[in-house]
Design a protein around this ligand. Structure first.
Ligand code: ADP
Ligand code: 5GP
Length: 215
């Protein structure tokens, strides 16, 4: 099986973290790339599982040492994907799932062109706001920053290969899962397809030969 990177992007509250978690529970062939961030942990978030929570100084030191495959400033905090993290998942024989913003997605795709880019859309602005407010992870001011940023993030949808509307969660997870399955069957990702087809043609020639002689 060929493995490849998969990026989920969405405006804040779009549901990418929830979809990613469900997908990881369902499929053993996918691993998650844990990002680094300078944002403070939310209640319940675990360092090393949800993010590696770094000070700004250590983030910048890692960036200057070239440790990030991509990085960006999002909603006033720094976020980045460690090269070592991507390698760890791919070397374990799994697709590497990343939850990263639109700027990071562009950078990563330029460096790794086999990446699959999936944009998760909320069903409506009203639903987006109500989900974000219900999550309760941001105060009113930070929530407004995220909603305002959502406008420009939505404008990047044209750079993505797939769009999934996160109305019904199970359906959205099914759709992302189906995209990964279909991408894995793409001709340019299937290793040794030529050798397989050559083998089939040789088989077929033998069959034709035998059949035409009436045996
Ligand atoms: P993101 O990671 O894109 O910022 P989250 O995954 O944290 O978004 O989702 C935002 C909130 O919306 C969370 O509280 C989550 O439980 C909820 N949520 C996500 N998808 C759905 C859905 N399909 N239906 C209802 N609530 C959802
Ligand atoms: P949150 O603070 O809600 O967890 O994430 C805020 C934004 O940062 C989201 O758009 C999320 O996808 C993005 N993000 C998370 N990790 C990374 C990363 O490693 N790189 C980039 N560029 N964005 C990230």
């Amino acid at each position: 099986m060929s493995t490849f990177p998969v990026i989920l992007s969405a405006p804040s509250g779009g549901g990418k973290t929830t979809i990613a978690r469900r997908l990881l529970e369902r499929r053993g062939d996918i691993g998650y790339s844990v990002s680094c961030t300078t944002r403070a942990p939310r209640p319940g978030e675990v360092d090393g599982r949800d993010y590696r929570f770094l000070t700004r100084e250590s983030f910048l030191a890692a960036r200057d040492a070239g440790e990030f495959a991509e990085w960006a400033e999002v909603h006033g905090n720094l976020y980045g994907t460690l090269r070592a993290e991507v390698r760890r998942v791919l070397e374990a024989g799994r697709h590497v799932l990343m939850d990263i913003d639109v700027q990071g997605a562009r950078q990563f795709h330029a460096a790794f062109p086999d990446t699959v880019l999936i944009f998760v859309l909320p069903p409506s602005g009203e639903v987006l706001l109500s989900r974000l407010a219900a999550r309760g992870s941001e105060d009113r001011e930070k929530l407004l920053v995220r909603l305002r940023n959502a406008r420009s993030e939505l404008g990047e949808v044209g750079h993505y290969h797939y769009v999934v509307v996160n109305d019904n969660l199970e359906r959205a997870v099914d759709q992302v899962s189906a995209i990964i399955d279909a991408e894995g069957l793409r001709h340019d990702r299937v290793h040794e397809v030529e050798a397989q087809v050559e083998g089939l043609i040789a088989d077929l020639e033998r069959e034709i030969h035998d059949f035409s002689r009436g045996s």
